[in-house]
Design a protein around this ligand. Structure first.
Ligand code: AHR
Length: 495
């Protein structure tokens, strides 16, 4: 007899590569993400490598992060890059008006950012200032970063200690231009994009991949207008922002104190990403059926009320097993949309919103979300496999959704990777996996679970939620039967 839940995977029918950039990250000058999280400065008591926290650097290095977006977010549209170059002690100070009104001393600037991405071996993604900047300012920033030769900006870069250009590729033209980035209409922004993008030059050996500032969540009109008004050859991609908020903007809900119904509501809202992408893709397909212009979901994740007694402008929140499911579901969805989605960036890397890492003075912990990114690593650059799932439902109060959520891919060496989330808090799922089109038989697994839905790691105990080996599966002839534990995320690899 077959199990109640069934997954069919066609291992010989993959067509689309899952860009590793879907597993990307975002670090803004916000709260303790950059300052205290990534950068403590070379004179800090906290262990560091040239100013970068050693523990955070090592954790991100181990995760093999494909890219890092910087300096914002809302901050990007009031950031003036020339304030962040030259001797640190001489850099002007500014107010970070969006995020707590704190003083920004500009000690982390262009050189510090590129220093970090070079250490990590990851790709930089910069968002330039459209809202309060100028075409000239953005144009010069690109010249400063990318031009290899004699020019005012290349010379200035050299004077500041860097001979070689950095050759950045990913370049965002403004952030949330419909909101904090200038409160523009889509028609107005489309024109601004055309001007800014014109002067964000391609230099020899350094062709930019230009990203237009896309829609807020379900603002499909924004997508439609940009597709109409911006010549398609002028943009490589368009962004999209979508946050998972259990309640509403006025009363978002607690990161750790929630009912089963709030839990499932949160996951249902995260799962909406699938429909959201489809809706934007349909609009894009009208103008670009060959899917040349990509979607970049450069801000996503959970957004809760800040932790009690923390600065409301710092967006510091805990991260529980619930967040692990939001990550697992969302990454499965991105994988499935790999023909249009080229990149995604979780908000944000350290100490802000759905963080990978939390720090307190010299202490650090890895969140459940970090572990999901670790589990999902095999999907990076693998080929998406078509799969068909039949799943039982899970219900809490008025909310009902599928208990299982999956995606699968094929690695270059022929390994099939299957990521499975069972969001049912109480019930293990009996799952039959039918793997067609491959001889692979040797299975290994890793998984994440915890005693409670709100289990989380703390600075006292950072092993409450961590990855363990998984082996509750067996072959029944050609069918792989998996007992997926209640509230767990599994990644199986079949060789
Ligand atoms: O990630 C926090 C903020 O959310 C970003 O600065 C902004 O782009 C979005 O509104």
């Amino acid at each position: 007899t077959m199990a109640q839940n069934k997954l069919v995977i066609n291992a010989d029918q993959g067509k689309t590569q899952i860009s590793r950039h879907i597993y990307g990250h975002f670090s803004e000058h916000l709260g303790r993400c950059i300052y205290g999280g990534i950068w403590v400065g070379p004179d800090s008591e906290i262990e560091n490598i040239n100013g970068y926290r050693t523990d955070v650097f090592e954790a991100l290095k181990a995760l093999d992060i494909p890219n890092l977006r910087w300096p914002g977010g809302c901050f990007a549209d009031e950031y003036h890059w020339t304030d962040g170059i030259g001797p640190r002690s001489e850099r002007p100070k500014m107010i970070n008006t969006h995020w707590g009104g704190v003083t920004e001393d500009n000690s982390f600037g262009t050189h510090e950012f590129f220093g970090f991405v070079e250490m990590l071996g990851t790709e930089p993604y910069i968002t330039g200032n459209v809202g309060s900047g100028s075409v000239e300012e953005m144009s010069k920033w690109v010249e400063y970063i990318n031009f290899d030769g004699v020019s005012p900006m290349a010379n200035l870069r050299k004077k500041n200690g860097r001979d070689e250009p950095w050759q950045i590729k990913y370049w965002g033209v403004g952030n949330e231009s419909w909101g904090c980035g200038g409160n523009m209409t889509p028609e107005y922004y489309a024109n601004e994009y055309r001007r800014y993008a014109t002067f964000a030059r391609d230099y020899p050996g350094a062709k930019l991949y230009k990203i237009a500032g896309g829609a807020n969540s379900t603002d499909y009109n924004w997508t439609e207008v940009l597709m109409q008004k911006i010549p398609l050859h002028m943009m490589d991609a368009m962004s999209l922002h979508y946050y998972t908020i259990p309640g509403n903007w006025g009363d978002k809900g607690s990161s750790t104190d929630f009912s089963k119904e709030e839990y499932l509501t949160t996951l249902e809202k995260a799962a909406f990403m699938d429909q959201l992408l489809t809706n934007h893709e349909t609009r894009m397909d009208k103008y670009d059926p060959r899917k040349r212009v990509k979607l970049i979901v450069d801000e996503w994740g959970t957004w809760y009320d800040v932790e009690p007694n923390t600065n409301p402008g710092f967006l510091y929140q805990q991260n529980t097993l619930r967040d692990a499911f939001v990550a697992a579901i969302t990454l499965n969805i991105f994988n499935q949309h790999a023909d249009r989605v080229h990149m995604a960036n979780l908000a944000q890397t350290v100490n802000v919103l759905q963080a990978l890492i939390l720090t307190e003075d010299d202490k650090m912990l890895l969140t459940p979300t970090y572990h999901v990114f670790d589990l999902y690593k095999p999907h990076m650059d693998a080929t998406l496999l078509p799969s068909y799932l039949t799943s039982e439902k899970v219900k809490a109060g008025d909310v009902e959704m599928e208990a299982l959520n999956v995606s699968s891919s094929l690695s270059e060496d022929g390994t099939v990777n299957i990521s499975i989330a069972n969001v049912d808090p109480d019930k293990a799922m009996d799952l039959d996996v039918l793997l067609h089109g491959t001889e692979a038989k040797e299975v290994s697994g890793r998984y994440l679970t915890a005693p409670e839905l709100n289990s989380h790691n703390s600075f006292e105990d950072n092993e409450v939620v961590s990855i363990e080996a998984f082996d509750d599966f067996k072959w029944n002839k050609d069918v792989l039967n998996v007992k997926v534990p209640a509230k767990s995320v599994i990644v199986l690899r079949v060789k």
